[in-house]
Design a binder for this molecule. Structure first.
Ligand code: NAP
Length: 281
């Protein structure tokens, strides 16, 4: 990454803290990072932890910055983006090249909406991260508008790699599918873990032991799958001996229609992602 790129985070909440923490961990210079937020406590936490610059004034911070990361809740993104219009217009009047790259991590807001609210033909990268980003184990889908240069794409990719894995999408509509797979995915695993812990308790384990075994099993299964050169289907087959114990449980899942349930649940998630964008317009 080019460590001279100046970064401004609008919103100093969970996601900004995680990305900034990841960048500082990779020795990104704190003086090149600014966070803006009306909440002074949030700003103090970030400046004390990471020694970055902070301000309550979004427009001042965006006057020079190479990259602006929109990390506020989707419901207030319209007013935040519209508040940057004059600053960006002034920059565009100086020279089109001085316009910053805009990176949005807000769920459900399209690049066209952001473009309209900013009032400038800027390069925009949309990101859909997930909550494990808070522990630098996120999974993120990225989409770049046509105005985004390959150098700007690289910057966005490197920012997201500070909080985990990332993949590029060539169609913005696929952000809804990423939401269904990884954006909301942690909650599916939490639900399965909850159910496994409850089932373990029903079979006589105490709750702490059932929890410890379940969480370590989830971590171990994901670590094994990531480090393996065979598919997850093959890994499943390898631990399923004919007539054995695992087969009994898996047969039950299959006959209960688990795959169909997962397909329908994820479709419902993607559909909701689409309608949310319309509601927030
Ligand atoms: N958390 C996740 O795992 C996750 C996953 C995928 C996508 N996202 C997206 O990431 C974005 C940020 O999420 P988050 O979890 O980091 O939210 P968050 O913790 O609530 O952080 C948002 C911050 O923005 C501040 N803010 C409010 N109005 C502002 C303004 N006008 N200018 C600048 N800052 C302002 C908020 O201050 P107050 O608290 O005082 O309002 C808060 O500190 C959201 O759009 C969300 O959809 C999050």
């Amino acid at each position: 990454m080019n460590y001279t790129t100046s970064l401004t985070f609008i919103g100093a909440g969970n996601m900004s803290s995680s990305i900034i923490g990841g960048l500082i961990g990779e020795h990104y210079p704190p003086q090149a990072i600014t966070a803006c937020d009306p909440n002074l406590d949030a700003l103090d936490r970030l400046s004390q932890t990471f020694a970055i610059q902070t301000t309550t004034d979004n427009t001042v911070a965006c006057q020079q910055s190479d990259v602006i990361i929109l990390a506020v809740k989707p419901q207030i993104l319209k007013s935040v983006a519209e508040g940057l219009q004059t600053t960006l217009t002034n920059r565009a009047n100086t020279s089109k090249e001085s316009l910053p790259l805009i990176i949005s991590i807000a769920a459900g807001i399209t690049s066209q909406q952001i473009q309209n609210w900013l009032g400038q033909n800027v390069a925009i990268v949309r990101c859909m991260p997930n909550t494990p980003a808070l522990v630098q184990q996120g999974a993120c889908g990225l989409y770049a508008t046509a105005q985004t240069s390959s150098e700007q794409k690289l910057i966005a990719e490197q920012l997201m790699q500070a909080i985990g894995d990332s993949v590029w999408l060539n169609d913005e509509a696929l952000i809804d599918s990423v939401t269904a797979v990884s954006g909301s995915g942690p909650a599916y695993f939490f639900l399965l873990m909850e159910a496994m812990i409850d089932a373990g308790v029903k079979q006589g384990l105490n709750k702490d032991i059932a929890t410890q075994l379940t969480l370590q099993t989830a971590l171990g299964a994901a670590t094994l799958a990531k480090s393996s050169d065979v598919s997850v289907g093959e890994l499943r087959r390898r631990v399923t001996s004919p007539g054995g114990t695992t087969e009994q449980a898996l047969n039950y899942f299959e006959h209960a229609g688990l795959r169909d349930t997962v397909t329908k649940a994820m479709q419902a998630c993607a559909d909701r992602s689409k309608t949310m964008a319309k509601e927030l317009n």
